[in-house]
Design a protein around this ligand. Structure first.
Ligand code: SF4
Ligand code: SF4
Length: 774
């Protein structure tokens, strides 16, 4: 059976009242508009409606989307538009729910037209490229006058209460000459329900404008808006970002420009011919044509034409480069038209490939180097649920320990982000700077890509090591004074560690840092004083050999007990964090003491808090020994991007060690959960006094501390009950009061999202259970 088509662009006018010089209809290679009738006739509109309706009925479609388009559709004026809208509604409404839209430049929009659109329930999208300067770069009348005042007038009309429900949003075409923040602010000022940012149509034959000496200027431009959007707390949806993230999370992208969903869209021209997507006009003259028309051919017949079928093939239909690309799930090879070259047709990556490779990891991840959710904040919990938290997993996490399945989900989520971040670093491997180190980075990246095909499990094992994501985040958002070339060259260390795990032979140069070459999760090798910035190693099934014999090999130590196993990493160069300092290599006798204390603590936890102990066993990959804090205070922490790792100063007693482990695992789980969904408004600037710290904390700190002390309270409740120990009981009461205090702050504040509220209420229920238990 042919594919069903649910989206249609109905071209009602082939002429326009503006003369935008970036217009793909008039200014790009396809010039078919010249031979088209200026306007659609009523009989063509009726036949189009009939074709769409009969197709919807035959395929039992529940919803059909039709966009009236041009040229400029408002040139038809009210009466003719009424006839078309009437034909569509009367023919399609009885069969399927009709989502009817119009896309206009806004110049002719008036109250009469708005009333007509209200009558026929037509959503109105308007093109605007930013502020006046941005608009006037392109969107001019043929006599050179600006269209800006008319467009703003149209938008103010759509903001009026009686028409507000018709306002679909603004489409903005990116132009690098505009300041991205000024564009973003100008668009936001029009209070649209949604913005879409469109890359200017371009192909390998007609590449986009790029300033000299820039490789990814569109990623930089969009990245600035993205960062600002984040900082503003994502006040409105931005479709391009939403689509990329949605596709990455396995949801429909809702856009031709992202993801691998089959494209189910056809265009009906003013003469009744079936065409493929309009953007193909940018490829070559005649590119969108099918040779079919609505009088002689059904939707099924149009949908069976090769150009449409070729876009139903998902991953398999992409070029080899895209098929092997780590971000293809989000990117989908970019917009089909943007892949065109004279040599290979559409069998290429997007002409924006480098930009997309750089932008996508930022959009699909979260936090300082990244972006957050695609949905409006109210929908955040749903987004997280869709991403894959198992049934009941959210509630189990909120109640304290979570479970192993939910922990595995958080691990998967972090793995997705890490993979994307590493790909982004790989795409920059050859970026200028130190030539020798760039070559090391490129060779490492190429070997890693090859190993990914041959030994994907080994690649996963190495890249999920906690400090790999921390390293990638640092490369993409380098701190002041970072040696970026040296950092990027760590790609070779990743490749070497992978080859070693896979038992694959390799010879490569590794970067030298502080007199060592590093294989993350495996160990470090001291190199001789004569070594420069790089040192050669050979990897074989037998292991690792430096170019001139083995010197001072320091393996990463592993702690293994009956119920858990993780590394105690005192050598990874990216194991640092905020507010604590890692120790150097622990002397052998101290390592014995660590092992004894960890053995005792893991046994104790298994007996006292088996649910937490199981989650630690499932999620903890590494402990970083850190320097102790001031005398008498324990010290511990987690790093934003090091999922699977906690940092601990040696606490002296197994009791305390167990408590610190439980405490920090809570932070780690909460950070990973926040990668999946918004629990609070990141723009909230209020701070609160909490009992466990001297300095006021932002909402994130309150949530983090409350959740951590919930677990610590669980631990001390058990200890108080077991020995009927009064000291333990008073300790428990103190932690309980802390958690109650934190919950009170959070529930009385305004920063929590609906998901955050649900999470804190889950903690509250756990505390109420304590009260009845104790
Ligand atoms: S308003 Fe749209 S259709 Fe008209 S010239 Fe500008 S870009 Fe082209
Ligand atoms: S980023 Fe480039 S290689 Fe990857 S899917 Fe997109 S176009 Fe293809």
């Amino acid at each position: 059976m042919p594919v069903s088509i649910s989206q249609y662009v109905l071209k009602v006018a082939s002429r326009c009242d503006l003369a935008c010089n970036h217009c793909y209809v008039y200014e790009h290679p396809d010039q078919s508009w010249r031979a088209k009738p200026k306007f659609i006739t009523q009989s063509i509109a009726r036949q189009a409606a009939k074709r769409i309706s009969e197709h919807a009925e035959a395929h039992q479609l529940t919803t059909v989307h039709v966009v009236l388009h041009g040229g400029e559709p408002l040139l038809l004026r009210r009466d003719r538009l009424r006839g078309i809208l009437n034909a569509l509604r009367s023919s399609i409404d009885p069969v399927a729910s009709l989502d009817l839209r119009i896309h206009t430049n806004g110049v002719l929009l008036d109250k009469g037209l708005c009333a007509l659109f209200a009558e026929y329930d037509v959503q109105v999208g308007v093109s605007l490229d930013g502020d006046r300067a941005a608009n006037d770069l392109h969107r001019l009348f043929s006599d050179g006058r600006s269209s800006y005042p008319q467009v703003r007038q149209a938008l103010s009309l759509l903001r009026r209460p009686e028409y507000r429900h018709l306002y679909a949003g603004i489409l903005c075409t990116v132009d690098l000459r505009n300041d991205p923040i000024a564009v973003y602010e100008a668009l936001r000022a029009e209070a649209p329900p949604r913005i879409d940012l469109l890359l200017p149509h371009a192909t390998w034959a007609l590449p986009p404008h790029r300033p000299p000496d820039t490789d990814t200027p569109y990623a930089a431009w969009l990245g600035r808006i993205h960062a600002r959007w984040l900082a503003d707390g994502r006040p409105l949806p931005i479709r391009f970002f939403d689509s990329l993230r949605g596709a990455w999370e396995g949801r429909p992208s809702g856009s031709e420009a992202a993801g691998l969903d089959p494209v189910d869209l056809l265009v009906i021209e003013t003469d009744g011919t079936w065409e493929q997507a309009d953007s193909l006009k940018t490829a070559f003259d005649g590119a969108p044509a099918t040779g079919l028309d609505i009088f002689s051919h059904s939707v099924d017949e149009a949908a069976a034409c090769p150009g449409v079928v070729s876009r139903q093939g998902g991953l398999a239909a992409l070029c080899r480069t895209c098929r092997e690309c780590p971000v293809v799930r989000a990117c989908g090879g970019g917009l089909y038209a943007h892949r065109y070259s004279h040599e290979n047709g559409f069998d290429n990556p997007s002409v924006y490939c480098n930009d997309l490779k750089k932008l996508i990891p930022l959009v699909i991840a979260r936090g300082p180097t990244a972006a957050v959710v695609s949905e409006p904040r109210d929908d955040a919990l749903d987004a997280g649920d869709r991403h894959a938290l198992p049934d009941g997993g959210f509630e189990l996490l909120a109640s304290g320990p979570g479970d192993m399945v939910t922990t595995a989900t958080l691990t998967e989520s972090s793995w997705s982000i890490t993979r994307a971040l590493v790909a982004a670093v790989g795409s920059e491997a050859n970026d200028g700077g130190d030539r020798e180190l760039s070559q090391v980075a490129v060779a490492g990246w190429m070997l890693l890509a090859q190993l990914d095909e041959e030994h994907p499990d080994a690649v996963r094992e190495v890249l999920t090591y906690p400090y790999v994501r921390a390293w990638a985040a640092r490369c993409l958002d380098p701190p002041r004074g970072a040696d970026t070339a040296l950092d990027r060259a760590h790609l070779a260390g990743l490749a070497a560690a992978t080859a070693l795990r896979a038992g694959a032979g390799a010879e490569l140069l590794l970067p030298v840092r502080d007199g060592h070459v590093h294989l993350p999760g495996v160990g470090a090798l001291a190199v001789g004083p004569a070594a420069g910035r790089t040192s050669a190693v050979r990897i074989s099934a037998a292991g690792l050999t430096p170019d001139d014999g083995l010197r001072d090999w320091q393996p990463v130590r592993r702690f293994t007990a009956r119920n858990m196993s993780f590394t105690v990493d005192d050598i990874d160069p990216f194991r640092g964090g905020q507010g604590w300092i890692p120790t150097g290599r622990i002397p052998a006798r101290d390592w014995q003491t660590w092992q004894q204390a960890l053995t005792a603590a893991s046994r104790q936890l298994a007996a006292e808090l088996p649910a937490y102990a199981r989650v630690i066993a499932a999620g903890l990959r590494s402990v970083v020994p850190i320097r102790p804090a001031a005398a008498g205070r324990s010290q511990s922490g987690t790093a934003r991007h090091a999922f699977g790792a906690v940092a601990l100063a040696f606490p002296g007693s197994p009791d305390m060690l167990g408590e610190l482990l439980v405490h920090e695992m809570q932070s780690m789980k909460l950070t990973a959960l926040c990668d999946l969904m918004d629990l609070f408004d990141p723009a909230d600037s209020a701070t609160y006094q909490v009992p466990w710290r001297p300095d006021p904390q932002p909402v994130q700190g309150v949530l983090n501390g409350t959740y951590a002390y919930l677990a610590v309270g669980d631990l001390w409740l058990v200890r108080a009950r077991e020995g009927e120990d009064r000291q333990a009981h008073s300790q428990f009461l103190e932690f309980r009061s802390w958690v109650e205090h934190g919950i009170g702050i959070l529930l009385n504040g305004t920063a929590l999202t609906p998901a955050g509220l649900r999470f804190v209420r889950g903690m509250d229920s756990a505390v109420k259970a304590w009260v009845s238990d104790s």
